[in-house]
Design a protein around this ligand. Structure first.
Ligand code: PXL
Length: 280
């Protein structure tokens, strides 16, 4: 049987993030991808874009869910990314209640911010709401900024050490999810990667790669989609993290030198054949 997931996040019409990244990546991984678009934006909200449009689709979420319920649809994973409002978080929680089963996974990317700051339009109130979503997830995947924002702490930009990261992981696990996958961790200037924590076994898994200087928008979304695809294939958590890091770094490498025209996202399309090889 082909695996099937649902991805709940926005469509940014230009800017290559959220659904326009998740769909091609998860499809490449041989998994059927259903979508619930939470909003349609003309671009993403990251720096460089001003005056973007935002069409809210909150009212559609329960209607889509109700129709799917009547169809008796089943998903091997429910994955969430950028959500636009507290009300949407509530509806996504209802969706979890309706569609979670003992054998499917809920994977939450608590999209809140990056580089030590909230994305436009988000604040600590919204971060508290995101904690409710984390509470109902099997896997959460914050970056270092989101980890601090979820915990209501000052964001630290760099200068991380193992004790700071270990403390963040422990406290994030108290939000409720079993697996915490913290991205953007770096202890030395030449390496960057992921530290994961399993609340049930107490084990930590670390996977670092080369640190490529610069800021690359949408890499969190590329990572999340790849991780989701790998986990849905029942690869081990360690292997899933390795594939997600390696593919994200591959996308960054292909973007370096092209940032003049590709400042708003990564050139993931060129790397799709590599993703297929990584799964081989
Ligand atoms: O990459 C996360 C993301 C998703 N969707 C929208 C965004 C961002 C980050 O800026 O603005 C609309």
């Amino acid at each position: 049987m082909m695996k099937r997931i649902v991805s709940i996040q926005d469509i940014s019409c230009f800017g290559k993030c959220s659904l326009t990244v998740a769909l091609p990546i998860i499809s490449t991984m041989g998994i059927e991808t259903c979508v619930i678009p939470t909003a349609v934006l003309s671009t993403h909200t990251g720096s460089g874009f001003e005056g973007y449009t935002y069409h809210d689709l909150t009212a559609d979420i329960p209607n889509i869910a109700a129709h799917w319920k009547r169809l008796g649809l089943h998903f091997d994973a429910i994955s969430t990314g950028y959500l636009g409002s507290k009300e949407q978080v509530g509806m996504v929680l209802d969706f979890f209640t309706e569609f979670s089963t003992p054998d499917n996974k809920i994977i939450v990317d608590p999209v809140l911010g990056d580089k030590g700051q909230f994305y436009k339009g988000f604040n600590s109130d919204f971060a508290k709401e995101m904690c409710r979503l984390c509470n109902n997830a099997d896997v959460i995947k914050p970056n270092m900024t989101e980890a601090a924002l979820l915990l209501g702490e000052e964001c630290r930009e760099g200068g991380y050490d193992e004790s700071y990261v270990g403390e963040l992981l422990k406290r994030l696990s108290e939000l409720g999810a079993r697996h915490i996958i913290l991205t953007g961790v770096s202890y030395t200037p030449d390496k960057q990667g992921v530290v994961a924590f399993d609340r049930e076994t107490g084990e930590t898994f670390t996977y670092f790669s080369e640190n490529i200087p610069g800021y690359f928008h949408s890499t969190g979304d590329v990572f999340s989609a790849t991780l989701t695809g790998a986990l849905v294939h029942n690869y081990s958590l360690e292997r899933s993290i390795r594939i997600a890091v390696d593919f994200t770094v591959d996308c960054i490498r292909h973007t370096v030198g092209h940032q003049c025209e590709h400042w708003y996202s990564v050139r993931f399309e060129e790397c799709i054949p590599d993703l297929i090889s990584m799964m081989g």
